[in-house]
Design a binder for this molecule. Structure first.
Ligand code: F6R
Length: 602
């Protein structure tokens, strides 16, 4: 939700500011802008539209200045307009501010500032910050003091960065319940909503905690508490991701790149040290109750974990959608909560973890983005190291999380003594998964593209599976709907006959996730759901291991593998089908309408 960037350097920064907000566009992309200080004073260039478009139209890259801030917006307060785009200036044009989060007392602050003669140009909550700083500065407080005093008046959540005409070559920034991280380069410093903001320029990062502010300059940084202004000692961390990993390379879209990267991403998930998996497995085996939490895609990943734990370790560990976890969860010291999150910043999942912690529960997390809030708030963290996921739609991160959950469930089964050889068998099977995914990508791409071309006109899709394929069916439908804007529903095959069959007709493609025949019971159940669809003249598209079957209208052939690994191949097929359908429909694949990655507000 909104991407913030700041750079202070010896060189011109506009170009890097623009490239950096472009890399953060998955956080929001309805409008954007930059502010730099140059001979005309604080100069703001901004506009409505994606970064590349606004940059070309408004000449963002030709703004002069050796320090500045930039922002890409996902509207919350105030519609999408040039006026509401960030940065926002104070009345006197001396302070420019960008912000992510929600200032819940902004109405009261705005009234107060209006009474004091301030003029507002936007409907945003953010603009009050610029005027508040100006107001306090006018009362003869130094810039830093004015900034801190203004922050203390804010309620709600914020990550913010500010530059002042009177204090060149400095950026002041702060966070409270919204993400912000510093990047430390060679005679230059950066601030960003996450590490993708500065990855090509430095891999040394410093995490800010809630309630802290920082002053950055070419010479370095200092961090203090907003409440007391006490100095906070910080340790720099090294980001393992390669700077090239955020580039689109020769792919048409990041979604395509990230789907195709999955063999490598799986290898990296397999390289996560076994001791980390074992430690989490040990704690989960010792806990009386385990609960998975995630939301959107990661809820389906969590659900996949629930199925695995039930089947492999004989344990009932419910998966809760984080947005409802506050109502459904029972948190006590006997419970361990395992959160799953790509960004490590999702508000709902962080809230679920915080509720759990407050109730005395143990917390753990599987997270992709290093230095994210969840990596600090959860007691035990497994970093999945999948590299930057730039497309708003999650693909490769979910795949890595599922692989890690298979490893975890196998280890819990081993610790509980209910293993029956599964753990070692699964480890060997996972080793060959990257090649299987590679083979699938190579052999079925054309077939899936052809299906997309023929079926893209269908308005309503169903994805059906049984058992452990159920969460994969949910996730497949989510991929289809978010990137194509077509209606898609994922469902357990058994559920179909309890109402949804009324919707099945020749215009409804039903994608069946067919298990391998080795998985006899699930296979038969799936085929019986398929028969129900066929009886209503529904179109059956099967992702299957069979040579072919007369019950299928269409088939995508998957490379043979074992029952626990198979659903991951179905997932790749479904990701590709969603992607190719969106391409045929001419959708904005990497930034679908109305969506943002990393939903950091309630
Ligand atoms: C779907 C998608 C979202 C996220 C969800 C959780 O493709 O990307 O549903 O999965 O917002 O985000 P994280 O994993 O960052 O916590």
């Amino acid at each position: 939700m909104c991407g913030i960037v700041g750079v202070v350097s010896r060189e011109e920064v506009a170009s890097r500011l623009v490239d950096s907000i472009a890399r953060l566009e998955y956080r929001g992309y309805d409008s954007c802008g930059v502010a730099t200080l140059n001979s005309v004073g604080l100069e703001v260039r901004k506009g409505v539209g994606p970064v590349a478009e606004v940059a070309a139209r408004e000449g963002l890259k030709s703004a002069h200045g050796t320090f500045g801030i930039a922002h890409t917006r996902w509207a919350t307060h105030g519609g999408v307009s040039r006026e509401n785009a960030h940065p926002h200036l104070s009345c006197d044009g001396q302070f420019a501010v960008v912000h992510n989060g929600i200032i819940s007392n902004h109405h009261a602050l705005r009234r107060e500032l209006l009474d004091r003669g301030h003029r507002f140009l936007s409907e945003t909550d953010t603009e009050v910050i610029a005027h508040l700083i100006e107001e306090i500065y006018r009362q003869e407080a130094p810039v830093e003091e004015a900034f801190v005093q203004a922050l203390r008046r804010l309620e709600g959540s914020f990550a913010t960065a500010m530059i002042a005409a009177v204090e060149p070559q400095k950026i002041l920034c702060a966070r409270d319940k919204s993400p912000l991280i510093l990047g430390i380069g060679d005679e230059e410093c950066f601030v960003g909503s996450d590490v993708n903001a500065f990855l090509p320029y430095t891999r040394t990062a410093v995490e800010l905690d809630d309630g802290e502010y920082a002053v950055i300059s070419r010479d370095g940084f200092s961090v203090r508490a907003i409440a007391s202004r006490e100095i906070r000692k910080k340790r720099a961390m090294n980001i393992q991701w390669s700077p090239q990993s955020a580039e689109k390379a020769h792919y048409r879209h990041y979604m395509e790149k990230e789907i195709c990267e999955q063999p490598d991403v799986i290898r990296r998930a397999l390289q996560v040290p076994q001791r980390e998996i074992s430690e989490l497995a040990r704690r989960m085996s010792a806990a009386k109750r385990n609960v998975f939490v995630g939301v959107g895609t990661t809820y389906y990943v969590a659900l996949f974990g629930q199925y695995l734990l039930a089947a492999l370790a004989g344990e009932f560990a419910p998966a809760l959608s984080s947005d409802e976890a506050g109502t459904l969860g029972v948190w006590d010291p006997d419970t361990l909560v395992l959160a799953i999150s790509q960004s490590g910043e999702t508000f709902d999942t962080l809230q679920a973890l915080r509720h759990a912690k407050a109730g005395g529960a143990q917390t753990a997390a599987i997270v992709n983005v290093p230095g994210s809030t969840m990596t600090r708030e959860a007691k035990l963290v497994i970093e999945q190291n999948s590299g930057p996921e730039i497309c708003v739609i999650s693909t490769k991160a979910a795949m890595a999380q599922m692989v890690l959950l298979i490893r975890l469930a196998a280890e819990i089964a081993r610790l509980k003594g209910v293993d029956r050889g599964t753990a070692s068998r699964l480890a060997a099977e996972l080793e060959v998964l990257p090649e299987l995914v590679q083979a699938l990508l190579a052999s079925q791409r054309v077939r899936i593209r052809e299906l997309a071309t023929r079926y893209h006109g269908m308005r309503s899709w169903f994805f059906l599976g049984r058992g452990i394929y159920t969460p994969v069916a949910y996730e497949s439908a989510l991929k289809m709907k978010e990137v194509t804007y077509l209606h898609a529903e994922g469902m357990a095959g058994g559920f179909l006959k309890h109402g949804t069959l009324s919707l099945i007709d020749p215009q409804t493609p039903c994608v069946f996730l067919v298990p391998n025949r080795e998985d006899r019971e699930l296979y038969d159940l799936t085929m019986s759901s398929m028969a129900e669809v066929r009886a209503r003249a529904g179109r059956v598209i099967a992702f299957a291991f069979d040579e072919g079957n007369e019950s299928f209208d269409e088939m995508v052939a998957l490379p043979e593998t074992s029952p626990w690994i198979a659903p991951l191949l179905h997932l790749v097929g479904a990701q590709l089908l969603a992607y190719e359908t969106a391409v045929v429909l001419g959708r904005n694949v990497d930034r679908p309408r109305s969506l943002a990655k990393s939903v950091t507000v309630a």
